[in-house]
Design a protein. Structure first.
Length: 145
């Protein structure tokens, strides 16, 4: 599951670092699969361009020439479509997780999520929380993990 991956990565890097690595790796994977990248690659800006490439220093392959724009989903149809596809993938994974555990997970943050987390730990144990939750979030502390 994606949470397992994020929890492992969080031990060695912050969220911006993760996003830089994942964006770059997505483009590298496309190139390795034989795809030609578009002339203009646009990322909805989450970090300054200089910082983006600084996070990727030392990586064997770094895709350059990326356009970083705030509110890119409002300016570029491809970015808006990518956002929709990413949200859909997230929701499909969420549904699979609920099916796997036969458990209704609360989205977001707040007291409902805290109660849900406590119920999950009671039913499945702390170890399984690693599979379904971002452990570095404050909710994890609130539920006693």
């Amino acid at each position: 599951m994606w949470t397992h991956f994020l929890n492992d990565m969080h031990d060695t890097c912050n969220m911006v670092d993760m996003k830089c690595r994942l964006h770059n790796q997505a483009y590298v994977n496309l190139v390795h699969k034989g795809y030609t990248l578009p002339k203009q690659i646009v990322i909805d800006q989450f970090v300054q361009e200089k910082s983006y490439y600084r996070y990727l220093q030392g990586f064997p392959e770094v895709i350059r020439g990326i356009t970083f724009e705030t509110k890119a989903e409002n300016k570029y149809l491809a970015v808006a479509c990518a956002s929709i596809l990413a949200r859909n993938a997230f929701l499909e994974t969420w549904d699979l997780m609920e099916e796997k555990y036969d458990f209704k997970f609360e989205k977001g943050a707040g007291s409902k999520v805290d109660v849900c987390g406590k119920k999950f730990v009671q039913k499945f144990g702390k170890e399984k929380l690693y599979q379904v939750a971002k452990l570095h979030f404050k909710n994890t502390q609130k539920i006693g993990v």
